[in-house]
Design a protein around this ligand. Structure first.
Ligand SMILES: [Zn+2]
Length: 310
C-alpha cells in the first residue's frame, strides 16, 4: 500500500492568508526554519495505479496537478482516481469535491449522515450529479470492513478494504438544526482503517480522543496518520484572546498529561505521523523545543510530498 501526503496543514494552510501569528509571520519573512504546507490531503493506492483520495481538500486541484500519478492516461477524459473517502462533512474535507466535478463520474464513500448533509442541505454539491453517469455515493457502514470498488460503473473489487471507525465527534456548525436533529451523531466524524492483506493503515485527521476504540485501531495498525492540529489545548485562545479550546473543537492536543503523545505510548510498535497541523502549532518550527520533543518521542511530522509505504 502506498500513501502519499499531498497536503499536511489544517484548514487555512500554512501560512494562512489572514493570519499574523508568530509562525505565519516568520514563515512569510523567511526567519522560520520550516515548510509551507497546503491543506490536508492524502492519496492511497493498493497497486500504484488506482488511487483513493482520503477527503477532498480545498487545495485539491493544485495538489493533483503537482503529482504525475494523477494525470489522465489514455482517453481524452479519464483519471486514475477510483474513489474519494470522506471522514466528515467539515468544509476542509469536502470542498475539493467541487474541483473534481468536471463531468467526471466519481464514486464517493461516506457515512449516510455526511452524504445527506452534502446532498440535501447544500445544493452546490448537486453539480456532482451532472456527469454521465452521475457521481455515485456509497455508504460506509460503521465498524464493518468492506471491500472498496475500482473505478467505473461495474465497480470491480480492488485489493483494499476499509473500516469506518466512529470517533465521537460533532457535526460541523453549518449543518441546519432541522437536518442535524435527524442525523445519528456517531456518523459525524470517523477514522478510516484501510487494510490490504496483513497491512493496516489508520487515518484520523480529526481525533476528539473520546472513548477507547481509536487507541485499539492505532495499536493494531502498522502506520497511523493522526490529528496533530494543536500542541496545547488553549493554543488558539492564547493567540486570538478568545475562541474555543482544542478539545472543544474536536482535537485532542498533542501535549499535556492526557494529550495525544502521552496516550500513544501504548502504541509503541505503530509508526505514528502527525498531520492536519494548524499554523499556530509550534512543531512547525523545526528549531522549537516542541518539534524536538515530538521527534524524541519517536513520532514523525507529515509534510507535503511525504511518501509512505507499508
Ligand atoms: Zn498563523
Amino acid at each position: 500500500m502506498r500513501v502519499k501526503v499531498l497536503g499536511s496543514a489544517a484548514g487555512g494552510g500554512f501560512p494562512q492568508w489572514n493570519c499574523a501569528c508568530r509562525n505565519c509571520s516568520r514563515l512569510r519573512d523567511g526567519t522560520l526554519r520550516g515548510r509551507a504546507r497546503t491543506q490536508v490531503q492524502l492519496a492511497v493506492s493498493p497497486d500504484g495505479s488506482a488511487w483513493f483520495l482520503l477527503n477532498a481538500s480545498p487545495d485539491l486541484r493544485q495538489q493533483l496537478a503537482a503529482h504525475s500519478e494523477f494525470a489522465p492516461k489514455g482517453a481524452s477524459r479519464s483519471t486514475p482516481i477510483s474513489a474519494i473517502l470522506l471522514t466528515s462533512a467539515d468544509v476542509d474535507c469536502v470542498m475539493g469535491l467541487l474541483h473534481l466535478r468536471e463531468f467526471q463520474p466519481l464514486r464517493i464513500y461516506s457515512t449516510l449522515a455526511v452524504r445527506r448533509i452534502l446532498t440535501e442541505d447544500n445544493s452546490l454539491f448537486r453539480t456532482l450529479a451532472r456527469s454521465n453517469p452521475p457521481s455515485r455515493w456509497e455508504v460506509l457502514p460503521l465498524d464493518r470492513l468492506i471491500p472498496l470498488a475500482a473505478q467505473g460503473p461495474a465497480g470491480a473489487k480492488v485489493n483494499l478494504f476499509c473500516k469506518a471507525v466512529p470517533l465521537n465527534g460533532s457535526f460541523p456548525d453549518y449543518v441546519s438544526d432541522h437536518l442535524r436533529s435527524s442525523l445519528p451523531e456517531e456518523e459525524a466524524v470517523i477514522g478510516l482503517q484501510l487494510v490490504q492483506g496483513e497491512k493496516r493503515f489508520f487515518y484520523a485527521p480529526s481525533l476528539p480522543g473520546r472513548g477507547e476504540d481509536w487507541k485499539r485501531r492505532i495499536s493494531e495498525s502498522h502506520l497511523a496518520l493522526l490529528d496533530g492540529t494543536f500542541w496545547t489545548d488553549d493554543e488558539l485562545i492564547k493567540i486570538k484572546s478568545s475562541g474555543k479550546t482544542a478539545r472543544q473543537m474536536g482535537h485532542l492536543p498533542l501535549s499535556g498529561v492526557s494529550g495525544l503523545l502521552g496516550q500513544l505510548q501504548s502504541a509503541h510498535q505503530t509508526r505514528c505521523v502527525l498531520i492536519h497541523l494548524n499554523n499556530t502549532n509550534p512543531i512547525l518550527d523545526e528549531e522549537s523545543a516542541e518539534h524536538r520533543a515530538l521527534l524524541a518521542a519517536g513520532r514523525e511530522i507529515a509534510f507535503d510530498g511525504m511518501e509512505l509505504e507499508l
